[in-house]
Design a protein around this ligand. Sequence first.
Ligand SMILES: NC(=O)c1ccc[n+]([C@@H]2O[C@H](COP(=O)([O-])OP(=O)(O)OC[C@H]3O[C@@H](n4cnc5c(N)ncnc54)[C@H](O)[C@@H]3O)[C@@H](O)[C@H]2O)c1
Length: 346
Amino acid sequence: MLRVGFLGAGLIATYHSKRLRAGAAHCVRAGVFDPDPGRAERFAAAAGHHVCASEDEVIDGCDAVYVCTWTSEHPRQVAKAIEAGRHVFCEKPLAVDLAGAQAMTAAVGEAGVTNMVGLVLRRSPAFVLARALIADPAAGPVMSVVFRDDQFIPIQGHYDSTWRADRDRVGAGTLLEHSIHDVDLLRFLIGEVDTVSTMTANHHGHDGIEDVATATLRFQGGALGTLTSVWHDNLARPSLRRVEVFCARRHVVVTGDDWDGPVRWTDADGTTGSRHGPPLADAAAALLGGDGPNADAAFVAAASVGATVQPDFATALAAHRIVAAMYESAAAGGAPCQVGAPITAG
Ligand SMILES: NC(=O)c1ccc[n+]([C@@H]2O[C@H](COP(=O)([O-])OP(=O)(O)OC[C@H]3O[C@@H](n4cnc5c(N)ncnc54)[C@H](O)[C@@H]3O)[C@@H](O)[C@H]2O)c1
């Protein structure tokens, strides 16, 4: 049995707690700490944790810790946890900047603890099936991808918090805070990114918090793509993605729900397909194998035996590198920027 503690008792901590209940049989609920005592108490009561007076008390009393605090707290809390030898699940983004993400990834590697990051869409049935359809040799090479992600700026509604308007705690806007998921999915679906060209805009006026980002990407495999990420005020659109992939002989679209699709495709011979709901879950389960779509269950299973699990910090770091190149490009007015290399355009 693995004793699991929580740092932070907000929105995403609650999500993970529910997923643990749904799928992680070998999990014992340990401490939770949140400087907002009301949140900590509600979380503890709902999930069977006990409220701790400090983050040290949580770390001392568990085998694995979930770091679900606002982003600026992640590096310090992860460092404390691994110093104590704890396995760590850290929410995305790992840190507010690339240097922080690099240091955290190096540290978990040296400590040899099980580490996972909250890039949970890698286990979404919709994206798992889309990836298989794209990788199928019958589809031919990927030529292009159009990725659109829009949500209402998450300082209102069910988010019940405003820290995402504070650059010191969130680091930046929609590109880092939200679309690091999209950048990771683009790697997951299409492959490594070579060069990016990005522009950003700020309509809401929160300092350092861009609410629109558009990026053009060139992939190492030769595909070209675009990412559009928007934080608007249309509360009827809480968070929606549409991903359209053009292979030479297959067109694949993921739309609707991030998890349940539908996923639709059309082949060169006119064959069409569509999956959503239980048939999609079944198709993805076969592709995921024993690991399944529940990231929290996979984390507990891996941490119980000190094994590795995906997506880990190294996977997150690869997405951070692309995001950092996008910001570098945006700072240079959209000049092309090679991923992992200093900008060269004049
Ligand atoms: N994977 C996903 O899809 C996903 C979704 C939402 C949020 N997130 C990420 O999860 C993190 C938290 O986001 P959220 O939406 O849950 O925010 P939230 O505001 O709902 O919860 C964060 C909680 O952390 C607490 N906190 C702050 N400093 C702390 C500290 N030092 N120790 C303990 N608790 C502390 C706050 O009081 C708050 O209750 C962010 O990094 C965010 O980017 C990921």
